[in-house]
Design a protein around this ligand. Sequence first.
Ligand SMILES: NC(=O)C1=CN([C@@H]2O[C@H](COP(=O)(O)OP(=O)(O)OC[C@H]3O[C@@H](n4cnc5c(N)ncnc54)[C@H](OP(=O)(O)O)[C@@H]3O)[C@@H](O)[C@H]2O)C=CC1
Ligand SMILES: O=C(O)CCC(=O)C(=O)O
Length: 478
Amino acid sequence: MPKHMSLIDGQWADFGNYHPDINPANTDEVVGEFSYGNADAVDQAVAAAKRAAPGWAATTPQVRHDLLAAVGNALGANAENYGRILAREEGKTLAEATGEVGRASQVFKFFAGEALRLGGQLHPSVRPDIDIEVTREPMGVVGLITPWNFPIAIPAWKAAPALAFGNCVVMKPADLTPACAHIIASLLNENGCPPGVFNLVYGRGSVVGEALVNHPDVAAISFTGSVAVGNRMAETCGRLRKKLQLEMGGKNPMVVMDDADMDTAVSACLNGAFFSTGQRCTASSRLIVEAGIHDAFVDKLRAAMTALSVGDPLDAATQIGPVVDEKQLASNLKYVDLASQEAAEVIGGERLELATPGFFQAPALFLGTTNDMRINREEIFGPTASVIRVEDLEEAITVANDTEFGLSSGICTSSLKTAREYRRRAQAGMVMVNLPTAGVDYHVPFGGRKGSSYGPREQGSFAAEFYTTVKTAYVFAG
Ligand SMILES: NC(=O)C1=CN([C@@H]2O[C@H](COP(=O)(O)OP(=O)(O)OC[C@H]3O[C@@H](n4cnc5c(N)ncnc54)[C@H](OP(=O)(O)O)[C@@H]3O)[C@@H](O)[C@H]2O)C=CC1
Ligand SMILES: O=C(O)CCC(=O)C(=O)O
């Protein structure tokens, strides 16, 4: 069984304290063992990053391009192999996992190009004989704290722009999915990343994550995860005046209008609600359905949902893998009970005992729900979705926006006018028309409004906003 160490200053650092990485589809299987660090390991990693920062910031864009392109190519060339590791440690299906590695590959290649494209601005001054030059410079040392649900894509879309724009990185991956972070660290190391430029420290969030957020030499923190942890970081980073980027939860609405194409709507809702076991911050957890199509839509979605095959992620027939761990499964099952207590009609949602010991759960639909129920206000993060019946577009928009979150928001309709109205009024960072609320491109901004996100957007050329700081230079040439 592979044993992995943290990467500090270009060296693999053994801190002992090995923790197993368990396959959620078969808890008898250990995917690897990882040596956990502590606050001292974070100090070492930040010190290495700080030493490397001036040199890395001074490299040419070509050097940064070549490193990121090499990692992108290596990920792409081994997508199936790495996808298998991802599927075994996180539980998404092999097809989803291989697709995610492909996405991580594209992210690295995109930011290889962004390293070359980063530009500035020249302005005439309002005063004579003065030129003004506006440029972007790296932040310095950035801390990246990543979740388990996209264990290779999210580390990629934080690390690639950080490095492209000349920063040095200390990454802390999720406790449940260290193997994918190890792949990225190894590829960077093998492809010529100078010592200290990229550092990876395994360990618990309450130890390694806290130390990173509180470290005085870390200039910026990018985090994806829960609202509770994100809110705490906002307080710490506010106090320490650190730049912060948070991607947290969602309670994403998908509106189905009477004039929607039925097959498109069922397929978008099936995918958005249940694929990746519902463990996406962009998942469609509230299906807001207009009265005229409600019954026929629910019948079709229910039939499609109950036909989904839950099982071993490595089996090509599986459509829904296990829940990520015991804690998340227990939380999901509590919400299924809560749905009954709140008088919803519950279809599915029970724990499944399959051939291997794992955290399998049948997908669930909660019918006859209202938007004030807790199941419609709190992020569940499992394979569940509620149906809320509405009378018209106006009510659909009101219900869709009535949430503390604002990440992704969707509508299925065949009317361009309705789609336009919805797109305009949806209080969300991303709007989908006739598409699932989840599943985004890698080259455009990603992020939300209200309680979902904080700070500048991730991904696409907008990523420069977080990973650089602006300098305005005045030059007197008289
Ligand atoms: N927006 C999204 O994409 C995600 C949302 N979530 C939501 O969060 C819920 C709980 O999932 P969970 O994995 O516990 O999410 P967390 O927010 O606890 O974990 C996300 C990352 O933050 C780290 N972390 C935890 N506590 C701290 C801390 N005090 N300081 C710094 N870093 C910390 C974690 O480390 P460690 O793993 O070691 O605890 C992990 O790397 C889910 O049910 C879901 O609702 C979860 C994942 C992704
Ligand atoms: O829906 C997607 O493609 C991305 C979702 C995501 O980033 C997340 O759940 O954290």
